[in-house]
Design a protein around this ligand. Structure first.
Ligand SMILES: Cc1cn([C@H]2C[C@H](O)[C@@H](COP(=O)(O)OP(=O)(O)O[C@H]3O[C@@H](C)C(=O)[C@@H](O)[C@H]3O)O2)c(=O)[nH]c1=O
Length: 168
C-alpha cells in the first residue's frame, strides 16, 4: 500500500488569476506563453461544468500536462499526488481550494495524479488548456489517461475517499 504525506510536488505550479473588475463585470487572463515553459504551451482548451458534490478523477496522464483554471462559478477541492518514482517529491500529496473565492490556475505535469470535487452548492466551471490534443491530431490516437477512478481499490481513490470522510 502506498503511504502519502502532505507536501509540495515538484513541477506543480499554482498561479493566482487576477480578475480586472469594472462596472461591466470582470476580465481575467487565463494563460500567457511568456509565463509558461515552451513544453507546457497549450495545444487546445476545453471547458467543463461539474455538479455539486461530484468528483472528477483521480487520473493521470502518461505524456500530457494539464493547465486548469478555476475562476468560478463554483468552488473546488483539488487533490494531487506525485506518482513519479524518480521524483524527489514522490508520494507527496497537495490539496488546494480553487474557484470563485480563490481564482487560480494549476499546472499538473505528467505522472502527477489529480482529481477535483465541486464543493459549492452551485455547479462549478473549470477550463483546461493541456499541452496535447485530446486523442491526438484528427482524434486518431488512444486517449492519454491512466484512470485510477476505474478501480475502487486503487490507493489514490481510497486516499481521496478517506480524506473526504474524515473532513468536518
Ligand atoms: C478531456 C476531453 C474529453 N472529451 C469528451 C470525451 C467524453 O465523451 C467527454 C467527457 O470526457 P471525460 O470523461 O474524459 O472527462 P473527465 O473525466 O472530466 O476528464 C477530465 O478529468 C479531469 C480530472 C482531468 O484531469 C482532465 O485532464 C480530463 O481528463 O468529453 C473531449 O471531446 N475532449 C477532451 O479534451
Amino acid at each position: 500500500m502506498l503511504e502519502f504525506r502532505d507536501g509540495p510536488i515538484q513541477g506543480v505550479i499554482v498561479t493566482p488569476i487576477r480578475k480586472f473588475a469594472d462596472e461591466r463585470g470582470w476580465l481575467a487572463e487565463v494563460f500567457r506563453h511568456d509565463q509558461l515553459e515552451a513544453d507546457y504551451h497549450p495545444a487546445m482548451c476545453y471547458v467543463s461544468v461539474t455538479l455539486p458534490g461530484v468528483l472528477r478523477g483521480p487520473h493521470e496522464h502518461a505524456d500530457q500536462a494539464d493547465l486548469f483554471s478555476w475562476m468560478g462559478p463554483g468552488e473546488f477541492l483539488v487533490t494531487l499526488w506525485d506518482n513519479r518514482p524518480d521524483s524527489p517529491t514522490y508520494l507527496n500529496r497537495m490539496e488546494l481550494t480553487l474557484g470563485a473565492g480563490n481564482p487560480g490556475s494549476l499546472l499538473v505535469p505528467r505522472g502527477v495524479v489529480h482529481c477535483y470535487r465541486c464543493t459549492s452548492e452551485e455547479p462549478g466551471l473549470v477550463l483546461n488548456s493541456p499541452n496535447r490534443l485530446f486523442k491526438g491530431p484528427g482524434r486518431t490516437f488512444p486517449v492519454d489517461e491512466i484512470r485510477h477512478e476505474a478501480d475502487p481499490a486503487n490507493p489514490f481513490v481510497l486516499d481521496e475517499a478517506a480524506r473526504r470522510n474524515a473532513a468536518p
